[in-house]
Design a protein around this ligand. Structure first.
Ligand SMILES: C[S@@+](CC[C@H](N)C(=O)[O-])C[C@H]1O[C@@H](n2cnc3c(N)ncnc32)[C@H](O)[C@@H]1O
Length: 281
């Protein structure tokens, strides 16, 4: 267990509160300079002007950095936000917390059990899908380290929702499995073809879809696309582990689908969870 995993496991509050510091460390020390041709790689962001290559390259970076702030300035309605800690704990949330801990999912570290217990209505959920099983293959991005227990959260949801069918999807084919009330399938949520194939596999729609997969703005938007296709009316898309800096970009996407989804954001000091309710089918 490394230092970060130790803090996350034994001092979850400290871990959550140290989010801004970890972001600073990631930016400053866990990043690297690579040489790229800015105009070639980001041509659609480059200005259509005469001028020096250096000037046009700098302005291309300016456009990328300002794209989401200027789009947000056009959005009239602010995102509905609330602190996760303001959700009142219940017997259900305590049970779910214990189940996440039992199977070694890190969801309770971030207090996500409070969000899930609030929204997961045990009577109404026939089919729940979670993207991201929790691979322990450290070669795969967004892994749960060597100590991970693939399927941890699926087992917790299965025990919490004994009447429901639990589905999981992951890019790591080696961790796919079947168990009582649990089925898992391959999905690369960054790949449009894989997503299209995935969507066509189901003859029914899900009541809940959870995105705990790659955790990037593109994977999040692709989850909204998946939910547009295979989520029932009044169904929920729950997107986890959104870095607070990504919220403005996600807000733009949420605004584009405002006729299809109603959104609410729950925040802890470090990360956010978006809950999107499907308005129509
Ligand atoms: C944070 S872990 C999920 C943890 C698990 N839900 C839990 O609570 O125990 C993220 C998972 O996303 C998967 N993943 C990474 N990239 C992906 C992609 N492009 N498409 C689908 N899954 C991906 C990883 O293999 C990993 O299993």
């Amino acid at each position: 267990m490394n230092f970060k995993q130790f803090i996350k496991k034994y001092f979850p509050k400290l871990f959550n509160n140290s989010g801004p510091m970890r972001n600073y460390i990631n930016k400053k020390f866990r990043s690297e300079y690579i040489k790229i041709n800015i105009i070639k790689e980001f041509f659609e962001y480059s200005p259509n002007v005469t001028g020096t290559i250096s000037g046009r390259s700098k302005n291309t970076i300016f456009s990328i950095k300002n794209y989401s702030p200027v789009l947000n300035s056009l959005i009239k309605q602010p995102l509905h936000q609330q602190d996760i800690d303001e959700i009142t704990p219940s017997n259900e949330s305590q049970l779910l917390k214990e189940l996440f801990q039992k199977y070694k999912s890190d969801k309770a570290t971030h207090n996500y059990h409070l969000v899930y217990a609030k929204y997961l209505n045990q009577q109404k959920i026939k089919n729940l899908l979670e993207i991201g099983l929790g691979t322990n293959n450290t070669e795969i991005m967004s892994n749960m380290s060597k100590l991970g227990n693939p399927g941890a959260s699926l087992f917790a949801f299965r025990d919490f929702l004994p009447q429901s069918e639990i589905w999981g999807a992951d890019i790591d084919e080696k961790i796919l499995f079947q168990d009582k009330n649990i089925n898992t399938l391959y999905l690369d949520q960054l790949d449009k073809i894989s997503i299209q194939e995935f969507i066509t596999k189901f003859s029914f729609k899900f009541d809940v879809i959870i995105d705990d997969g790659f955790h990037s703005i593109i994977s999040n938007i692709n989850s909204i696309f998946i939910a547009k296709n295979i989520l029932v009316e009044d169904g929920l898309l729950i997107i986890e582990d959104i870095r607070l800096d990504n919220l403005p970009l996600l807000n733009v996407a949420i605004n584009l689908v405002k006729e299809d989804f109603e959104a609410k954001i729950y925040k802890n000091p470090n990360m956010a969870v978006a809950v999107l309710k499907k308005l129509n089918d």
